[in-house]
Design a protein around this ligand. Structure first.
Ligand code: FES
Ligand code: FES
Length: 153
């Protein structure tokens, strides 16, 4: 079935079963492999994208349920908040193996957009669904704080 999606501000027409998880359409059909597959069951957050700015697990939403909502992936994030996240991630070297990082950064960008000055608890709550097998949660939290500070300047 033909569906039209808006992905990273571009209209994309895809021929897929509407029941296909959005994650597979992004990675396999559109070649946007920055969004990672971890568990496929909504448990790890590796597949986090934005739907109209809200962080969601793309493995648990069917492409047919996306509707008119705008999909943003790590390849398409732009603007002030996403830029601050990218810079703080680089400055603090907030990655180990890197596998969880696109999902972490998408979750952090959604958080900072909704709440520009988050507390530790806010960060832990917003990123709770993003697991890091390297266990670098302290660095990720520090990077979110640094991004928040840079946005205040
Ligand atoms: S791959 Fe989607 S939450 Fe793990
Ligand atoms: S940096 Fe390796 S899984 Fe998070």
């Amino acid at each position: 079935m033909a569906l039209t999606l808006v992905v990273n501000d571009r209209r994309r027409r895809v021929e897929v079963d509407p029941a296909t998880p959005l994650l597979w359409v992004l990675r396999e059909t559109l070649g946007l492999t920055g969004t990672k597959f971890g568990c496929g069951e909504g448990l790890c957050g590796a597949c986090t994208v934005h739907l109209d700015g809200e962080a969601v697990n793309s493995c648990t939403i069917s492409v047919g349920d996306v509707g008119r909502r705008r999909v943003s992936t790590i390849e398409g994030t732009g603007g002030r908040v996403a830029g601050a996240v990218r810079e703080s991630w680089l400055a603090l070297d907030a990655a180990e193996c890197g596998y969880c990082q696109p999902g972490q950064m998408m979750a952090a960008t959604a958080l900072l957009t909704a709440k520009p000055r988050p507390s530790d608890e806010d960060i832990d709550g917003a990123l709770r669904g993003n697991l890091c097998r390297c266990g670098i949660y302290d660095r990720i939290r520090a990077a979110v704080h640094q991004a928040a500070e840079s946005l205040e300047r």
